[in-house]
Design a protein around this ligand. Structure first.
Ligand code: GAL
Length: 440
């Protein structure tokens, strides 16, 4: 064989191998569900899209994935000519999904609809960037404007227009526990911070992990911190943090760090390697007693086969009775959605009593509609529905409702550094710095 032929053969081989690697990685990403990314829509895609509806979320875990599936079923019954593409990207709290979504939205390649938190995440990140379409007409056409708690609808509105339909209301300030373990160690659910601390101390003497934590995805630590802030400040002063009435130099902000430092002594050592589901699972497996988490944990426990008030119990995060840390999961219409009419058919399911009932009973959240039949819900949710109508609502920082994304990300940094370094003074100063920088 001539040298020339040899060179051509080697080149052909190399090109073949590289193409196989590219196609192989593509297929792998497709299989793992990571393939929603960075493909700009060609004309052909858009024609295909008229039969498809791409729904983006991060609901891939126990409870949340089933809730989403149940919504898809209702949609399919009503729209048999359309196919749903489930573009969920795993990672609790949107730890991976949010960045992908932002790139797609701001790059003009949106999904047809996506899960988004009412409040700052929806309004500051997407509505003010001009990439969402108002859906006020749809709400008027359906005649449902007064069917939602108005504070929740406001979190989904901007300058008089509604931009997303609230599907679910989650509560963040909940302390979950394994009921049989609490009984075994002869403890009552704590009602204030000092009884919580003494229970933790007692459990650690018994040699079991008192408080399970999984902060691999960063936000679970901030999630605990915001409940602590609520406990030290109370709901009015906590809400004042977002309109300038409460300063971040308030000593009660520091007190929240002091309390955090105290409870961190009772957590599992491997917390930085665990997701929120892993930490909830420790309760299920009888390896830990308490866990602080939003009520998607209710949906998760039920997916594992536990029942509310049988195997697992709950109480308000100690010291936050009367407050409801609110996290609103909603869906809207991106301005550049391929087929707005199909998206509106999806939004009608989100807005319907049927859709809200089916989804929320599985997910652990309560419906944002106030005209649903409370009797359909389990004991935990019945209590949450009552508290939702009587309590003071406080928006979550960790889940993007209270403050703009740059503050939330900076707070995640400060709090995660705090969890590993436990330097109260420095973290207190850092919090004030980021508030000065991002909330002015
Ligand atoms: C929240 C979201 C919930 C749940 C949770 C854990 O941000 O609102 O619906 O999915 O994250 O992933």
């Amino acid at each position: 064989m001539s040298n020339f032929k040899k060179v051509i053969m080697v080149l052909t081989l190399l090109i073949g191998i590289s193409s196989a690697i590219v196609v192989g990685s593509f297929l792998f990403m497709y299989k793992t569900g990571e393939i929603t990314i960075n493909f700009s829509k060609s004309k052909e895609d858009k024609i295909l899209k008229e039969e498809e509806l791409e729904i983006f979320s991060w609901w891939t875990g126990g409870g949340e994935a089933q809730g989403l599936e149940a919504l898809f079923e209702i949609f399919n019954q009503k729209n048999s000519d359309m196919e749903i593409i489930n573009a969920a990207i795993s990672g609790g709290g949107g730890s991976s999904a949010k960045a992908v979504l932002k790139t797609r939205m701001l790059g003009g390649n949106p999904p047809d609809s996506f899960q988004v938190h009412g409040g700052s995440e929806l309004i500051d990140t997407y509505v003010r960037a001009g990439v969402m379409e108002p859906i006020t007409n749809l709400i008027n056409e359906l005649g449902i404007k007064d069917k939602f708690k108005q504070e929740i609808l406001e979190m989904c509105s901007y300058q008089g227009e509604v931009y997303a339909i609230p599907l679910a209301v989650h509560r963040g300030n909940i302390l979950w526990y394994n009921k049989s373990l609490l009984k075994k160690y002869n403890l009552k659910p704590p009602t204030n911070f000092s009884s919580f601390l003494s229970s933790l101390e007692e459990l650690s003497k018994q040699g079991i992990t008192p408080l399970s934590l999984g902060d691999k995805d960063r936000w679970p630590a901030t999630h605990i911190f915001e409940s602590l802030l609520l406990s030290t400040l109370g709901p009015k002063a906590y809400n004042g943090l977002w309109n300038g009435n409460t300063s971040f130099s308030n000593p009660k902000v520091k007190e929240a760090l002091v309390r955090f430092n105290e409870i961190l002594r009772y957590t599992n050592q491997d917390h930085a390697a665990l997701s929120w589901q892993d930490s909830a699972r420790r309760l299920y497996e009888g390896k830990a007693v308490f866990n602080i988490m939003g009520d998607w944990e209710e949906g998760y426990f039920k997916a594992l086969g536990w029942e509310a008030d049988q195997e697992f119990g709950w109480s308000n995060f100690p010291g936050t009775k009367g407050s409801f840390m609110v996290i609103v999961d909603s869906f809207g219409l991106p301005k550049e959605a391929a087929n707005p009419e199909s998206t509106k058919s999806w939004l009608k399911v989100i807005a319907s009593r049927e859709g809200q009932d089916v989804f929320n009973q599985i997910k652990g959240s309560i419906p944002s509609r106030i005209d649903v039949d409370k009797n359909k819900y389990d004991l935990y949710m019945k209590e949450a529905i009552d508290d939702f109508s009587n309590n003071i609502l406080t928006p979550s920082i960790a889940h993007g409702s209270a403050a703009p994304e740059n503050f939330m990300v900076a707070l995640d940094d400060v709090i995660n550094e705090f969890v590993s370094e436990r330097n109260i003074e420095r973290s207190f100063n850092n919090i004030q710095d980021i508030a000065d920088k991002y909330l002015k």
